[in-house]
Design a protein around this ligand. Structure first.
Ligand code: LIP
Length: 287
């Protein structure tokens, strides 16, 4: 499948079957993470910066997901946070975040999840077609799923985004990067946003934040710097619950910026972020 076939869904694809598999895989990896958490979690290595950790459990959870997928879906490709890309022939790619919210996992703060999604087309949030996904909150077991055209649900309850009357009345989720320079810039943007919204929540796991938008526990979400595996499942859950999920300046969701929320209020947030140069453009020499 070439890049020109962006998002072409292979004939005979059963998105409900894929949703069921994503759910069982996320729960199985979630059980491993929950039952195997040592009293004191050690940092096994760091990645993009000294405060971007990976733990032995991030790797073990991803290994379990990859092993199960190799058995269940041998022709599909895999894009995972902690391992090498695996090519496929089916046109489908599984996008894995073995522990989203690793810093929370490290500190024992309860907001962390296993995120499993499957997409058609190039493994790029701006060009793929997300088909099914599951976000499983490890500590309390909340499980969000979605299937393309099949809606979003949490533990059997159908989800619908909230309809906040205005940006000023909106509860907004966001997050900050692992590089100090990036955080400095994000703090400047936050100073523009905070006086214009009800309040901010920094919960620490983008996949869960997007699912909270889907169920109306957050009205809006935005973040610069999140990866494909952070947004793959949560973005579909939010979209299937009625949220607009995109970027700035007409772009789709990407590491440059990901924004989610109910129309029309989300447009107010997008305009505010564009004016603030939150995507690193417009006279901003810093990152
Ligand atoms: C995390 C995201 C979070 C963001 C963190 C980090 P990880 O993903 O879920 O929204 O603020 O900087 O990117 O690293 O735990 O998979």
């Amino acid at each position: 499948m070439s890049d020109d076939d962006a998002g072409a869904v292979p004939p005979g694809t059963d998105v409900e079957e894929l949703r069921a598999l994503a759910r069982s895989l996320a729960r199985e990896a979630g059980a491993l993470v929950r039952e195997g958490r040592p009293a004191r979690v050690e940092v096994a290595a760091t990645k993009s910066s000294a405060v971007d950790p990976v733990t032995a459990m991030d790797r073990a959870s991803e290994e379990l997901l990859r092993t199960r997928l190799a058995a269940e879906r041998p022709d599909d490709a895999i894009l995972g946070e902690e391992g090498d890309d695996v090519p496929g022939t089916s046109g489908l790619t599984w996008v894995l975040d073995p522990i989203d919210g690793t810093v929370n996992y490290l500190y024992g703060v309860s907001s962390y999840a296993v995120s499993v999604a499957v997409v058609a087309g190039p493994p790029d949030p701006e060009r793929w077609t997300a088909l099914a996904g599951c976000v499983h909150s490890v500590v309390d077991g909340r499980t969000w799923t979605a299937a393309r055209g099949g809606g979003a649900e949490r533990d059997g309850r159908a989800l619908r985004v909230s309809a906040p009357p205005s940006l000023a009345q909106s509860l907004v989720g966001t997050g900050f990067g692992y590089a100090a320079e990036r955080r400095a810039r994000q703090a400047e943007v936050l100073a523009e946003v905070l006086p214009r919204v009800r309040d901010i929540r920094r919960l620490g796991a983008a996949a869960i934040d997007l699912c909270l938008v889907a169920e109306g526990a957050l009205d809006l979400y935005y973040e610069r710097g999140i990866n494909a595996w952070d947004v793959a499942a949560g973005g579909l859950v939010a979209a299937e619950a009625g949220a607009w999920v995109g970027g700035l300046r007409g772009r789709g969701p990407s590491s440059t910026m990901t924004v989610a929320g109910a129309v029309p209020v989300v447009a107010e947030l997008v305009a505010l972020l564009e004016d603030a140069g939150a995507d690193g453009r417009e006279g901003v020499t810093r990152s």
